[in-house]
Design a protein around this ligand. Structure first.
Ligand SMILES: Cc1cc2nc3c(=O)[nH]c(=O)nc-3n(C[C@H](O)[C@H](O)[C@H](O)COP(=O)(O)O)c2cc1C
Length: 432
């Protein structure tokens, strides 16, 4: 398969504005401002079938049409660079290697939706990348690509970086907006959706950094061109962030539909020490894991993963070899979600801690066989019952890892005759 690159191109020093310009950078912005109406830009993005790279895979062009055209209110764009999910580390690569393509994509989005201010939300600890992006934004201001009357046109937009304080929940779009407003990062109940009631109650669109970074090439080459790359129903490339038991972990830009084993073997140098795969998480820690058999044949795109009960998420691929302790892996993941639950919704606040404590007990050899069904039941009671998808993100790994790797859990449970546990005792386990 051809190794097509749309964002992480092999051009030395592409992060520098002069190098970006001499390789066609900012020409899409010029083309849009001089030759295209905002609607034509949106239509091109719709034609491309670009889908969000932040996890939910929603159609970007369609999302942009939700923004009201005639409104006296200011409109906003939030660029989501929070990237706090374990296993996801690809947006930082864009800030480092090709920040101007992201900036240009942001400007094109603002032009298309009539937006005059964009906020780039980045986790505060990502100090290095915040500085790199700020330098790139400063350079783009100096050259007249950002600010008033961009490239001599009527269009004016500002781009601001907003530093988060280090909370996974602030990547969720409505919590992100509360955080930008200076409030606690609590997700908001939807509806109203951000296009109707977003930042400070004004129409707002939220897009991921990688999503926006695709826009300049779509405007330059046309939506049709983009729609033919990779899998037609989920076109383009993905920045696969591969970690775990592979010889060359890192971020690899490859077409959607690339077989997982091609990524692991041809790009990541295979599984460490020539060992077998035991489990692969395909899209960040919240996505249901794949067994070895599934990993051997799966193609990495939305439909293929959905067909086997998983999802592409952020394309953060976590590989675990035959020696991995799956109980410890799930306990670690559950600790993360317990720690990061904002506490607003009871099922998530209580359920994440409950799942973590039962898993800890199993890991310590003190579990019971009935714990496995209990864990699945708790997970199912969180799923779909919370304001935001953090609840689902915490529940899916528990539910699916136990369903697919039950033997690994059973192996840690002592073979003692199990007495039936009265319901009130089961509940008291939450505090044990
Ligand atoms: C708990 C939680 C954390 C999230 N974190 C991120 C994140 O760090 N970056 C991101 O782009 N989307 C994240 N999302 C998804 C966003 O809510 C939103 O769908 C996304 O930013 C939309 O951009 P896209 O349409 O370009 O994918 C998160 C969602 C949840 C529920």
């Amino acid at each position: 398969m051809e190794n097509m690159k749309i964002i992480l191109k092999d051009i030395p020093d592409l992060h520098k504005i002069e190098v970006y310009e001499s390789n066609g950078g900012y020409s899409a912005l010029e083309k849009a401002l001089k030759k295209m109406t905002p609607d034509e830009v949106i239509n091109e993005v719709k034609t491309s079938n670009l889908r969000g790279r932040g996890g939910a895979c929603f159609y970007t062009g369609l999302k942009w049409t939700f923004m009201p055209k005639e409104t006296p209110k200011p409109k906003y764009l939030c660029c989501n660079g929070d990237e706090s999910e374990p296993g996801s580390f690809k947006d930082r690569e864009i800030f480092e290697k090709n920040p101007h393509q992201f900036i240009e994509g942001t400007l094109l989005a603002c032009y298309a939706m009539g937006i005059k201010a964009a906020y780039v939300y980045i986790r505060g600890e990502y100090y290095k990348w915040i500085n790199l992006l700020q330098n790139a934004i400063d350079d783009a201001y100096k050259k007249g690509y950002i600010g008033k009357n961009i490239l001599g046109s009527e269009f004016s937009t500002d781009i601001y970086i907003h530093r988060g304080a280090g909370a996974y929940i602030c990547g969720e779009e409505s919590a992100l907006m509360n955080s930008v407003e200076g409030k606690r990062g609590y997700p908001r109940v939807k509806p109203p959706f951000p296009a109707a009631y977003g930042l400070w109650g004004n129409p707002t669109t939220i897009n991921n950094i990688e999503t926006l970074s695709n826009i300049p090439e779509i405007i330059k080459n046309g939506g049709q061109w983009f729609s033919k790359i990779g899998e037609p129903k989920h076109p383009g490339t993905l920045l696969f962030g591969v970690s775990g038991h592979v010889n060359k972990p890192g971020v690899y830009e490859l077409e959607t539909g690339t077989p997982l084993m091609t990524i692991i073997n041809d790009y990541c140098g295979g599984v460490t020490d020539g060992k077998e795969i035991k489990m692969v998480i395909p899209g960040g820690s919240s996505m249901p894991p794949l067994t070895k058999e599934e990993a051997l044949t799966i193609k990495m795109d939305d439909a293929s993963l959905k067909a086997i009960g998983s999802a592409i998420g952020t394309a953060g691929v976590m590989v675990m070899n035959e020696e991995a302790d799956i109980v410890k892996v799930l306990l670690r993941i559950s600790k993360f979600y317990y720690h990061e639950s904002c506490g607003q919704c009871t099922p998530c606040r209580e359920g994440t801690g409950w799942m973590m404590r039962v898993l800890k007990r199993i890991d310590e050899g003190k579990g019971r066989m009935s714990d496995l069904d209990l864990l699945i039941e708790v997970a199912q009671n969180i799923e779909g019952n919370t304001i935001c998808a953090l609840g689902d993100a915490a529940a899916w790994p528990v539910k699916w890892t136990i369903k697919k790797f039950r033997k690994e859990f059973e192996a840690k449970i002592p073979e003692v005759e199990e007495k039936s546990v009265p319901l009130n005792k089961v509940h008291s386990l939450r505090y044990s």
